[in-house]
Design a protein around this ligand. Structure first.
Ligand SMILES: Nc1ncnc2c1ncn2[C@@H]1O[C@H](COP(=O)(O)OP(=O)(O)OP(=O)(O)O)[C@@H](O)[C@H]1O
Ligand SMILES: [Mg+2]
Length: 292
């Protein structure tokens, strides 16, 4: 049974498209990254899942229950951090957390203190006196403190510094190990590569790809730089499977290719190689492709 399942989930704000025909299925224990450029429909999807707005068409289930009909029951087991969380500035962090905790059945745990310690947050300060990043930490803590089965975050790491981001990833991976499911939107490609099992990419309201990280890596583009003793024309390599383009650069050939490297290596082995190297690439190029 999937933890989240949507069926042709669609939202129009009047004539403006929010999201269209989303069919998502998120498994238990999965960390699912939801990526897309500004205005793509990420927040809209999250709000639909949380029953904060209503779909124009289609439906969504969480824990196999309809998000509209069983909204209250479902929320007992969801932790959420919205992208634009507002907080009571006059409260101290600890009072705010204690207050929110009272909405939960399984309340009163020391986990919030443990989290504050891990994220290096002083809970005794008034919220309005906190920096943006520290308020974000408080938002993360309130989402996690009840140890919910499903955690939904809208761009959780915005305004967290790199050190705290690392700590945040560690907490998320720890929760995943214990069987919690995490759905979060992001613009940060490296974090998605680091912590997600699968990634869904949304563009102009529609899903353009849902892939596992290994699948995405297979699509990764590589650059091989080689110097051959013999004079070989670039066309020799251009016709090989997977080769995207071949350019000459300071007598070297720079070969851009995708996927399996074997055909290319076998072809190269027919010549005398004087120099060979790879240029390191990341997933960015793939994501940018989908974004476009
Ligand atoms: N309340 C609203 N009324 C009208 N249009 C809206 C409303 N909320 C969102 N939209 C529109 O729906 C589309 C999707 O917006 P959404 O906020 O879901 O994008 P997003 O992927 O979360 O973007 P970002 O990365 O900037 O947070 C945009 O065109 C946006 O202008
Ligand atoms: Mg958004």
């Amino acid at each position: 049974m999937p933890i989240i399942q949507t069926k042709n989930l669609t939202k129009y704000y009047g004539k403006t498209l929010g999201c269209k025909n989303l069919n998502l299925s998120i498994k238990k224990g999965e960390v699912f990254g939801f990526l897309g450029p500004n205005g793509a429909g990420k927040t809209t999807t999250i709000r639909l899942l949380l029953d904060l707005i209503r779909p124009t068409k289609g439906s969504a289930k969480i824990f196999n229950k309809d998000v509209r009909k069983d909204s209250i029951k479902i929320k007992e087991n969801i932790g959420n951090l919205p992208g634009d969380a507002s907080m009571y500035g006059k409260m101290r962090g600890i009072d705010f957390l204690n207050y929110l905790e009272r909405f939960h059945k399984n309340n009163r745990s020391n986990y919030k203190l443990e989290l504050a310690d891990k994220l290096d947050l002083d809970l005794k300060r008034k919220i309005k006196n906190h920096s943006k990043g520290n308020r974000q930490k408080l938002g993360v803590i309130q989402a996690l403190m009840s140890k919910p089965k499903l955690i939904i975050f809208d761009e959780p790491t915005t305004s967290l510094d790199p050190l705290i981001q690392q700590k945040f990833y560690k907490i998320i991976l720890g929760l995943k190990k214990k069987g919690h499911t995490i759905f979060f939107s992001s613009h940060i490609l490296s974090e998605v590569e680091k912590i997600c099992d699968r990634v869904g990419i949304i563009r102009e309201g529609e899903i353009v790809a849902i892939k596992s990280i290994p699948e995405l890596r297979k699509e990764k583009i590589h650059y091989l730089r080689v110097l051959l003793k013999e004079k070989v024309s670039p066309e020799e390599f251009e016709k090989l499977k997977g080769v995207i383009k071949v350019e000459e650069e300071n007598k070297h050939l720079v070969i851009t290719y995708k996927g399996n490297i074997n055909a290319l290596i076998k072809k190269l082995a027919k010549y005398t190689i004087s120099d060979l190297g790879f240029k390191e690439t990341n997933l960015e190029s793939i994501f940018l492709d989908y974004y476009k």
